[in-house]
Design a protein around this ligand. Structure first.
Ligand code: SF4
Length: 353
């Protein structure tokens, strides 16, 4: 097996075969590689804290750390935590795929990820169902089916598009595998516990910090968001980036998906199933990853900023819509920490007004 290939694509089955022999128990593997396990635990903790980590090691270390991270995340089974690591691996995969010289390697990776592609006239032919399953990135026009050339049930895709599809396929598969309920032997759980605990505690702290944005307060919404909501209430067909912003923002301040979906009830092209699917994708609660709320700069470049209509935004000190919300909602944040925060203020739900 080409070692260079495994260091770039450590999820290939050959990596498992080469560095985790079938005769070895999981317990033995963990004990033999405790130093790597320790490193993996620190890496995941850093990623949870939004700090960067490196993944480029020599082949054996790279593959073993990949396997250990997967075991540890399967034990932790927390969507928020596993998404942080999966995004890092997903981005590394994308970078390597876009630089990959060998088409047959790309075909092989597709196969490993459950996508059987053909290569014809220097283009990849991806079956439409596989393409659609992995092209649900909300704000990427390049991935829309209507922008693709098709042939006999396949999308004819460039290297760039194929890399994006494989990137998403990897992420979905990884998240599904590590978040599926699984029973680990007690001895294995005992080894993993001490590495997992700091990660679990930090993950919970971050979720709690997010909850400290306070109960939902529509009056504290930034003008850019209020504008989108008021347009939707009037039945206007708002743009995809505007919808994307709305979903990420409402999710970030703690609205459950069912409440977010209600905001789309007045939109002309509202389709409940599709909306549910897209909301789950953007919030990372379905098979997608959790997307960040766009910054003021991004919203400005999309024509979605209304800073001139608001005193606080006009000061020029607001860089992010959540910063606006946090400031405006500060009085509302004096919540009783000993009890769960009531995240949903029904009076702010447009359908109930
Ligand atoms: S400055 Fe930021 S928060 Fe204010 S309207 Fe513009 S994008 Fe929204």
């Amino acid at each position: 097996m080409n070692e260079d290939l495994l260091s770039k694509y450590p999820f290939l089955k050959e990596g498992l075969r080469e560095f985790f022999s079938e005769n070895k128990s999981l317990e033995d593997f963990l004990e033999e590689n405790e130093d790597y396990l320790n490193e993996v635990s620190r890496d995941i903790l850093s990623l949870v804290d939004s700090k960067d980590v490196r993944l480029n090691y020599e082949t054996e270390k790279r593959v073993k750390k990949y396997i250990l991270a997967k075991i540890l995340l399967t034990y932790i089974r927390d969507y928020f935590v596993s998404a942080k690591y999966a995004i890092k691996e997903r981005n590394a995969l994308y970078e390597n795929l876009t630089k990959e010289n060998e088409d047959r390697v790309i075909i092989r990776i597709g196969k490993e990820l459950g996508i059987s592609m053909d290569l014809k006239n220097a283009s990849f032919h991806i079956p439409i169902p596989s393409f659609l399953r992995n092209a649900v990135v909300f704000n990427d026009k390049e991935l829309k089916l209507c922008n693709q050339e098709m042939d006999n049930g396949n999308v004819i895709a460039s290297r760039e598009i194929t890399s994006k599809i494989l990137r998403e396929a990897f992420y979905r598969k990884y998240m599904k595998e590590v978040n599926e309920p699984s029973e680990l032997p007690e001895e294995v759980s005992n080894i993993l516990k001490k590495y997992a605990n700091p990660i679990i505690i930090r993950g919970e702290q971050i979720k709690q910090e997010r909850a400290n944005l306070g109960p939902l307060n529509k009056k504290a919404f930034p003008p850019c968001l209020s504008m989108i909501i008021s347009q939707m209430e009037k039945g206007a067909n708002v743009s995809h980036p505007a919808r994307f912003f709305l979903v990420t923002f409402l999710h970030r301040i703690g609205l459950p998906n069912e409440e977010i979906i209600k905001y789309f009830g007045e939109v002309p092209d509202y389709m409940e199933k599709m909306t549910k699917y897209q909301v789950e994708h953007i919030t990372g609660t379905g098979r997608g990853r959790e997307y960040s709320v766009p910054s003021c700069q991004t919203l400005g470049s999309l024509g979605l900023c209304y800073r001139e209509t608001d005193d606080l935004c006009r000061t020029g000190k607001i860089n992010h819509p959540l910063q606006y919300y946090k400031i405006k909602n500060s009085r509302n944040r004096s919540v009783d920490n000993s009890r769960p925060v009531n995240r949903v203020d029904n009076s702010s739900n447009p359908k109930k007004e």
